[in-house]
Design a protein around this ligand. Sequence first.
Ligand code: SF4
Ligand code: SF4
Length: 430
Amino acid sequence: MADLHKLAIMLQELDDQMVACMKCGMCQAVCPVFAETMNESDVTRGKIALLENLAHEMIADAQGVKEKLNKCLLCGSCAANCPSGVQIMDIFLKGRVIVNGYLGLSPVKKAIFRGMLTKPTLFNALLSFGGKFQGLFTSKVDDLLGSSCSKIMSPLIGDRHFLTLAEKPFRKIASGLDTAPGKSGLKVAFFPGCVVDKMLPHVGEAVLKVMKHHGVGVFLPKGQACCGIPTLSSGDRESFDKLVKLNVKAFRKGKYDALITPCATCTATIKEMWPKFAENYPAELKADVLAMAEKAMDVSQFLVDKVGVKTVDSPTGGTRVTYHDPCHLVKSLGVSAQPRTVLGACKDYDFVEMSEANRCCGNGGTFNLHHYEVSKKIGQRKRDNVVASKADVVATSCPACMMQLTDTLSRNGDRIAVRHAVEIYAESLD
Ligand code: SF4
Ligand code: SF4
């Protein structure tokens, strides 16, 4: 049963935030979804018009409102281009929480979020179990990209080329690590995020190698959980709060200078969304959330801003590498120079800029699941830009972008590797 009093308060908060929108339409020019669908209800101005009448719209067609709100990558391109500084991501997420509070969570999402994701021990055990049998249902497509496809017809997977679960998740390699600061005098807490833990453990290992090289201590506590963005973007505030609390509990035990992640989405969620949704938390929890948010940063940002990694002169004729800016780093946090500096510090690599490097790749988390055909078209434009750069490798700083780039390059049969910037840097230290 919906808590109508709570919903009314949230609707009022939403109204207060939306008055800043002048309906200028400048968000339209940068929306990757609108560029494909040309549908006003898919862009921010259309969604804000919907949200302004949310109470009436929900009574008339709550499911329709939910579908319209969910047709969005949450990429933040509109927010970064809004002359009025409308807190668009905040408004969209609160709108989803309100609609979900009214409609209730679907049984599938309830089972996944409340039955598994918020119980990390069970969630990890289930995925480890699934990983053992995934070979029965998947076949390798491309060794360079590490992509696979489904052996069975599945509407959920379709013709995707995807990354499979790793044989050994990152937490089994390094969880519980707690090393003292070395020559740098710095110590980081390390939040690898779900995709690095379960699919890309080599990215986590690269981070550890780089920290060791620079004499940075690492605190990698057991008991870490998802950052919460899949639950929040599905409007499930209850699961989001649980995940934040689990992470605070895990990291509370350590002392560290920065909280680093190799995942742009985790960084933006911890840094921006946790504090925004912590207002009504008990004082001690709120203080811990704000402290973690303050210290959260992307791994390349840490290497450049805190450790002092610099671009080096390297002989030309090396491997050509280009860089894709994840939306949650460049648009949400303004981080774009540091990953390029880290790549510039890699001997034997020549950096080449691609066109539209900061244009969304089209993944958008659950958007990719529900709107794969639109996601593919947005991804194709990114792929065309990568190919036109003539790079041998495309680097980025977000595991979700790595999944999307892998899918689109693999389906096109391109011989271009997808790597995390920190992986390339770690290799260059050999
Ligand atoms: S750019 Fe900002 S002010 Fe203009 S319509 Fe979009 S959200 Fe509103
Ligand atoms: S967040 Fe991205 S996809 Fe959603 S409305 Fe804004 S620009 Fe469009």
